[in-house]
Design a protein around this ligand. Structure first.
Ligand SMILES: NC(=O)c1ccc[n+]([C@@H]2O[C@H](COP(=O)([O-])OP(=O)(O)OC[C@H]3O[C@@H](n4cnc5c(N)ncnc54)[C@H](OP(=O)(O)O)[C@@H]3O)[C@@H](O)[C@H]2O)c1
Length: 252
């Protein structure tokens, strides 16, 4: 299937590791001109070199902290300078934030800002351009709506789902779609070093909770992200699509 992505422009946040990194590889292989963003420039440079070595266009490297004051506008300007316009935005920067049930406001503010507010503001920086060019794809990497305890990320990702649904209804007539993908357990830096650092525990968790029986790879997300980025996915918007090997227990 030709996904018709050759020459399309794409920004991927959180691309130094995990889901963002895997997605950058696939988007570049499909012929997209890609910008990769995270704080760790050394990792981004390495990924850009790896992608260039495959014969694909070398991604533009944006070493930015999305939590910095004014980051959305700075990032938008740098993306437009590097790529000329933006067709596809993959919001993957973020992370789990388990906290005590009575944690203070600072923990809530940091987790909500990273996982909801900055994602929303960055998207808003690109929506006018997408509407004007009558093409846009926003794909948010979110997370579970089945909390196992108090985790700021659960609330922030639920906020993304509700906001994205509303926005999809406003921008749908301009050829702009916005969808959210909650991963189940995908092998990534945070999963392997923080959430499930012990391989034996990982295996036991997968057997007990994931019908497929194993943790997914970033490319399991990247394949769907790439399809949703394509013109072929024009009729899919406002959706929350789980990529979790069947881990979610409820039908809706
Ligand atoms: N993997 C899973 O199973 C899973 C499950 C549920 C939800 N998710 C969600 O999926 C998304 C991707 O997660 P992942 O598992 O792939 O995580 P990961 O491997 O830990 O990668 C997180 C990425 O976000 C970037 N990042 C974090 N804070 C940033 C900041 N302030 N500014 C710019 N970039 C920042 C990191 O880069 P730098 O450190 O270099 O800045 C890194 O590239 C996250 O939103 C996460 O909440 C993942």
């Amino acid at each position: 299937m030709d996904l018709q992505l050759k020459g399309r422009t794409c920004l991927i946040t959180g691309a130094s590791q995990g889901i963002g990194k895997g997605t950058a590889r696939i988007m570049a292989a499909e012929g997209c001109r890609v910008a990769i963003l995270a704080r760790r420039k050394d990792l981004l440079d390495k990924l850009a070199d790896e992608i260039a070595a495959t014969g694909a266009a070398r991604p533009a490297v944006l070493a930015e902290d999305v939590l910095q004051q004014g980051a959305p506008e700075v990032i938008r300007d740098k993306v437009y300078k590097a790529l000329g316009n933006l067709d596809i935005l993959v919001n993957s920067a973020g992370g789990s934030r388990p906290i005590p049930w009575d944690a203070g406001d600072d923990a809530w503010y940091e987790g909500m800002t990273l996982n909801f507010e900055m994602l929303r503001r960055l998207t808003m920086a690109f929506i006018p351009g997408m509407r004007a060019q009558k093409y846009g794809r926003v794909i948010n990497i979110t997370g579970s709506s089945e909390p196992r305890g108090v985790n700021v990320a659960n609330s922030a990702k639920a906020a993304v789902h509700a906001w994205a649904k509303g926005l999809s209804r406003v921008v749908g007539g301009d050829g702009v779609t916005i969808n959210s993908l909650p991963p189940g357990r995908i092998n990534s830096e945070q999963i392997l070093t923080k959430v499930h650092p012990d391989p034996k525990e990982r295996e036991a968790f997968a057997k007990a909770n994931i019908p497929a029986g194993y943790f997914g790879e970033p490319e399991d997300m990247g394949n769907l992200i790439t399809f949703l980025a394509s013109p072929l996915a024009r009729y899919i918007t406002g959706e929350v699509i789980h990529v979790d090997g069947g881990m979610k227990k409820f039908a809706f």
